[in-house]
Structure formats: structure tokens, C-alpha cells
Design a protein around this ligand. Structure first.
Ligand code: PLP
Length: 227
């Protein structure tokens, strides 16, 4: 077994155990492999081990990999900051955009999603802890943006993505994730079709799952340290 395949197997087991603690079914937690700054060959290795969802945060780097790996049936997730001039490429080459944080970006993605493609899956990136260095909207802005995205026919709003402040204490991590989960639940009360809460990375995916995450994004834990 390759190193990447064995990391994936270990993580799958760890995720099953974590889900069992809350009596969640593991298939309700999708695990996105964040391949940014790792080569296409590493993605091929994870794919050979059965992995299908990959996340990238730089458009040009992602486009290069998408073309090198066009023989594979990958679900590509955009998880990075979005510049509006990149919206056309993003809309046409990704399956999910997790980092939508303003109407202009949503409108451009909607405008450029081709008619022969299925509607683009999007998540609103929330920033509930007032971190000005990070992208994302607060709870009130999130409701407004959700309403606006619902009017855009080429986008399919699936839920929220969050990147909370880095913490080392699992209890503090859990409390932050619970707060994000409650904003998600409020939005879901209004839009019952929402089914995705993307939160949790290599260092904190366990408390994220325990607090109700349905999608975790793991890079380092699978591929090792980035340069
Ligand atoms: C890089 C990145 C991740 C993965 O981080 P790791 O700590 O390597 O698991 C997850 N989400 C976003 C938005 C990222 O930019």
C-alpha cells in the first residue's frame, strides 16, 4: 500500500470511530482531500485508493491539475479566495465552490456556468469570529446572501463552509464548531434543501464532526506537509 493510501485508510477508520461516538452514519460525512501544493501524481495515488473529491485553493494550479487528470472522474472543490476575474474558469471547471462570500462572485459564477453542465454546487463561506484577515460573511450577511443565491438558476446552494480561528484545545474547537452549526441550522430551517456544512481540517476534524459537520477538508493528514 502506498503512503497516501495508508493515510487514507487510517483516516477513514478514524472518521468511522468519530461518527460512532455521535451515532452519525459515516456516509453522511464527506471527506474532501485538499491537494493544494501537492503534485497531480499524488492525486492519482489517492484516486487509485478510491478517493473522488479533491480541493484546491489556487485557480491556475487547479486548472493545470484538472487538465493533467482529465481521464479521471474527480469532483473538484474550489476552497480558496475568489477573484471575480477568475469566476469564468471556476464556474466551468469545478463541481463545487465552497468559498462564495459576496453577491458579485455568485452572479458571475451563475453567468458563466454552461447550460449543458448541472447547476454549480455552492457553499457560503462564513466568518463568525470577526477575523478580518479571512474571507467570509457574518450571520446576518449570510442570510441575505443565501436569499440572493437562491434566485440564481445556475447555482445550487448546498450550505455553509467555515474556517474558524485555529485552536489547540479540542473543547474550544468544539464550541466554535457548535456556533457555526447553529447558524447552519437556522438557515436550514428556512431552506430545508440545504445538506452541507463544510468544517474541520487535519487538526480539528474530530470536534467538527461531533458538532455536526457533514464535510471535512483534509490536506496534511493525507499528503503530508506542504512546501
Ligand atoms: C489548506 C486548507 C485545508 C486543509 O488544511 P490541512 O490542515 O492541511 O488539513 C482545508 N480548508 C481550507 C479552506 C484550506 O485552505
Amino acid at each position: 500500500m502506498s503512503r497516501i493510501a495508508s493515510h487514507l485508510a487510517d483516516l477513514q477508520l478514524q472518521i468511522v470511530k468519530t461518527c460512532a461516538k455521535r451515532r452519525i452514519f459515516k456516509h453522511n460525512v464527506l471527506f474532501v482531500a485538499v491537494s493544494k501544493r501537492h503534485p497531480a501524481d499524488s492525486i492519482r495515488e489517492a484516486y487509485a485508493a478510491g478517493h473522488r473529491d479533491f480541493g484546491e485553493n489556487q485557480v491556475q494550479e487547479a486548472l493545470d491539475k484538472i487538465s493533467q487528470l482529465s481521464d479521471l472522474n474527480i469532483n473538484w472543490h474550489m476552497i480558496g479566495v475568489i477573484q471575480s476575474r477568475k469566476c469564468k474558469d471556476i464556474a466551468q471547471h469545478f463541481d463545487w465552490v465552497q468559498s462564495v462570500d459576496r453577491l458579485k462572485v455568485a452572479q458571475k459564477l451563475n453567468q458563466h456556468r454552461e447550460q449543458d453542465q448541472s447547476p454549480l454546487n455552492v457553499l457560503i463561506q462564513v466568518n463568525l469570529f470577526g477575523e478580518s484577515q479571512k474571507a467570509g460573511v457574518n450571520a446576518a450577511e449570510c442570510k441575505k446572501l443565501a436569499h440572493e443565491i437562491m434566485q440564481l438558476p445556475r447555482l445550487k446552494l448546498r450550505g455553509l463552509m467555515a474556517l474558524p480561528p485555529k485552536q489547540t484545545d479540542p473543547q474550544t474547537q468544539f464550541q466554535q464548531f457548535e456556533r457555526i452549526h447553529s447558524v447552519y441550522q437556522e438557515l436550514q430551517a428556512e431552506y430545508p434543501q440545504l445538506d452541507t456544512l463544510s468544517m474541520g481540517m487535519s487538526g480539528d476534524y474530530e470536534p467538527a464532526i461531533l458538532a455536526g459537520s457533514t464535510m471535512i477538508r483534509l490536506g496534511t493528514a493525507i499528503f503530508g506537509e506542504r512546501d
